[in-house]
Ligand binder design. Structure first.
Ligand SMILES: *Cc1c(COP(=O)(O)O)cnc(C)c1O
Length: 389
C-alpha cells in the first residue's frame, strides 16, 4: 500500500525528466505537457537559465529566515511593484498562503481605520486554495464537507451584478475574485463586471482582491489578467507561474492596504527565502524581456486558430473554446475527464476543470513547432474519440 495520504486521484504515470514542454517516463516515452504542473512551469521543464540560477544560489545560501534582511526578497518585491499596481509584497510558499495573507490584509486595513469589517464576498465557481479560509470562500461541498466549523465572514454569491448586490454592504471587507476562473472551468469574467466590482467596492468602502494565482504572470497574454480590463485591485494573490516550478507565492498590496501590515501582524518561516527569490527574480526578468509577451500572444493566436478548427471539425465532442492567452479551456460535450484520459494514451497531458472543461495551460515559451506537435496530439485524440462515438 501507499503511505502517502490517499487525498489525490493520481494518474498511473510517473516521469523521469522533462525538457521544455515534454515530459519523459522511465521507459523513455514522451508526453506533451499542456498542464505544465497546473500553470506552474511557465518556462517549461528544466529551463537552463532557471536551473543555472537555482544551482548557483543553492551553493551560496538557501535560507536564513525573516529575522534578517534578504536582499533578493527586496529586489523581487521592487520588481513586482514596478510591473503592477502594488506598493508592497509579502512572500509565501504557495497560493493558498498568498490568499490567506490577502484576506488578513483586507481585514487589517479596516481594523486599522477603527472600523473593523469581516465579510469577504467570493463568487460561485471560485477556487482560492485549500486552507480553511480558502475552502470557506469557495464553499464547494466537496472541499468543505467534514471540515467544519468553517471560519466566519465568508459569503459566496452568483457571478453577476444581482449576486453581488445580495451581499455587498458596509460590513464588506473585500470582494475576492479570479479575473479568469481556473478550476471553475476557464470562465473569463467580463471587463464590465470587473469595473462594476471596483465601482461598487469603492461605493461601500470595501477593498478588491484579485486572485491571479493561475491567470497572472503572463498566462493571459498580459503580465496580469487585470490589465485587460484596466481595473486595479487593492490586493492581489500570485503563485504558480511566479516560481516557474519552485514553490513561491506573493501577496501584493497597494499603499493604503499594505502599510497596515506592520511588524508582528503576519509572518512565514520559509516565505521569501533567498533560494525562492533568486528563481522568482529570474522568472520576472525573463518575462520582462521585450519579446516575451508578444511571443505568448503569437502562440495564443495560433492555438486559438487551430483549436477553433478542431472544434469545428468535431462538433460532437466540443462545444467551445474559452479563455485568454495561454489559459485555454476546451468545453466538451462528451465527458471531459474521458478526453483527458484518452489524451494521456496518446502522449498529451491536459487538466480537467469544472463544467466539463479540459484545460490547456502550456509553457509560455514554446516554439510554434512545439505547440503544433502538442495540438496534433489533441487532434488525433479528438478524431479517435469521434470514431468511437
Ligand atoms: C492553484 C490556485 C490556488 C491555490 O494555490 P496552492 O499553491 O495550491 O495553494 C488558489 N487560487 C487559484 C486561482 C489557483 O489556481
Amino acid at each position: 500500500m501507499s503511505h502517502v495520504y490517499p487525498s489525490y486521484n493520481r494518474a498511473k504515470l510517473a516521469f523521469e525528466y522533462g525538457e521544455g514542454p515534454w515530459l519523459f517516463d522511465a521507459q523513455g516515452a514522451r508526453y506533451f505537457d499542456f498542464g505544465a504542473g497546473v500553470a506552474v512551469n511557465s518556462f517549461g521543464h528544466a529551463h537552463p537559465r532557471l536551473a543555472s540560477v537555482l544551482s548557483d544560489q543553492a551553493s551560496k545560501l538557501w535560507h536564513v529566515s525573516n529575522l534578517y534582511e534578504i536582499p533578493g526578497q527586496e529586489a523581487l518585491a521592487q520588481k513586482l511593484c514596478e510591473v503592477s499596481f502594488a506598493s508592497y509584497a509579502f512572500f509565501t510558499n504557495s497560493g493558498a498562503e498568498a490568499i490567506e495573507c490577502a484576506i488578513k490584509t483586507a481585514r487589517r486595513f479596516h481594523f486599522d481605520q477603527d472600523m473593523p469589517r469581516s465579510k469577504i464576498i467570493s463568487f460561485e465557481g471560485c477556487f482560492h486554495g485549500r486552507t480553511l479560509a480558502g475552502i470557506a470562500a469557495s464553499g464547494a461541498p466537496k472541499m468543505v464537507d467534514g471540515f467544519g466549523p468553517m471560519p466566519e465572514g465568508f459569503a459566496r454569491v452568483a457571478l453577476s451584478e444581482e449576486g453581488l448586490a445580495e451581499e455587498l454592504d458596509e460590513d464588506t471587507a473585500a470582494i475576492l475574485i479570479e479575473p479568469i476562473q481556473g478550476e471553475g472551468g476557464i470562465r473569463t469574467v467580463s471587463d464590465e463586471f470587473l469595473k462594476h466590482i471596483r465601482k461598487e467596492a469603492d461605493r461601500v468602502g470595501a477593498l478588491v482582491i484579485f486572485d491571479e494565482i493561475q491567470c497572472g504572470m503572463g498566462r493571459s497574454g498580459r503580465m496580469f489578467a487585470y490589465e485587460h480590463s484596466g481595473v486595479e485591485p487593492d490586493i492581489m494573490a500570485l503563485a504558480k507561474g511566479i516560481g516557474g516550478g519552485f514553490p513561491l507565492g506573493a501577496c501584493l498590496a497597494n499603499e493604503r492596504a499594505g502599510r497596515t501590515m506592520v511588524a508582528g501582524t503576519h509572518g512565514s518561516t520559509y516565505g521569501g527565502n533567498p533560494l525562492a527569490c533568486r528563481v522568482g527574480l529570474e522568472v520576472i526578468d525573463m518575462m520582462g524581456e521585450d519579446e516575451f509577451l508578444p511571443h505568448v500572444n503569437k502562440l495564443a493566436g495560433h492555438a486559438a486558430q487551430r483549436l477553433g478548427g478542431i472544434i469545428a471539425d468535431n462538433p460532437e465532442i466540443f462545444e467551445e473554446l474559452r479563455g485568454e492567452g495561454l489559459m485555454l479551456g476546451l468545453k466538451c460535450k462528451i465527458d471531459g475527464v474521458a478526453f483527458v484520459e484518452a489524451g494521456r494514451q496518446n502522449g498529451v497531458l491536459t487538466v480537467p476543470a469544472a463544467e466539463n472543461v479540459v484545460r490547456l495551460l502550456p509553457p509560455l515559451n514554446m516554439t510554434i513547432e512545439e505547440l503544433d506537435a502538442g495540438i496534433d496530439l489533441l487532434e488525433k485524440t479528438a478524431n479517435e474519440m469521434k470514431a468511437k462515438l
